[in-house]
Write a protein that binds this ligand. Sequence first.
Ligand code: ADP
Ligand code: MG
Length: 264
Amino acid sequence: MAMPAGTPVIEARDLTRVYRRPRTSLTRPGEAVHALKGVSLSVARGERYGIVGESGSGKSTLLRLLCGLDRPTSGSIRFAGQEIVGRRDLRFLRNDLQIVFQDPMSSLDPRMRVRDIVAEPLVAQRLPVGTRVAELLDEVGLPAAAAERYPHQFSGGQRQRIAIARALAPAPKVLVADEAVSALDVSVRGQILNLLADLIDAHGLTLVFVSHDLSVVRHVCESVAVMSEGEIVESGAVDEVWAEPKHPYTRTLLRAVPTLEGLL
Ligand SMILES: Nc1ncnc2c1ncn2[C@@H]1O[C@H](COP(=O)(O)OP(=O)(O)O)[C@@H](O)[C@H]1O
Ligand SMILES: [Mg+2]
């Protein structure tokens, strides 16, 4: 979708999301969970934007809203300048934004061959498949023969390569990743992160990358927002946040999770 220069790709304002836990009493409603308490952010075109925070801080909730997979309780989200909250036809979003999830075993259909998995978004959008599957497999470092096989025949890292190939298939402008390397062995994590970084560069993509691990975010992102209990408590250039964390919570995160240090 065409966009005036300088328009943020994603602009979120004052997002809240309240979940209701199932009721445990006949007379009282289920307890409210305030998963997001007024989150605003802006992602520029071509930016690699990280969202970091411990488990339960609201990262996945925020990401689902940004992708139009769920609706905020209140607030506004603009994608390429267009409001998506309350809008029914989100086809423009589906075309331009693709998602890579944490666990490729549950996000890849085990009964489908890799060829059909990778081609699926093309078929869904009635785009020509042609030689795209072979090209995409090559781009993510898998042999052409992988196309005829099934997800369980691959390692975790290879499955995430398949998920990345599928995400790139419709030539999106924005790639969104939720804990995309968190389920992988530490030794494979660096390879998949480097692959992601290379592909983002090669295709000039905008990246929104969620992780509980700031060292992982630092490896692929230039900016970061730190989330705690449904709020962004600190944001800025990732190197600055890393070197001089201002919020006590960020310092705790830094002490807790430097899993990539010394590995890359
Ligand atoms: N569908 C849901 N129903 C009720 N509570 C939810 C639901 N999804 C998430 N939550 C709650 O919202 C909070 C944020 O969760 P989530 O966005 O998954 O955090 P993160 O991805 O950072 O681990 C947590 O307290 C979680 O238990
Ligand atoms: Mg999550």
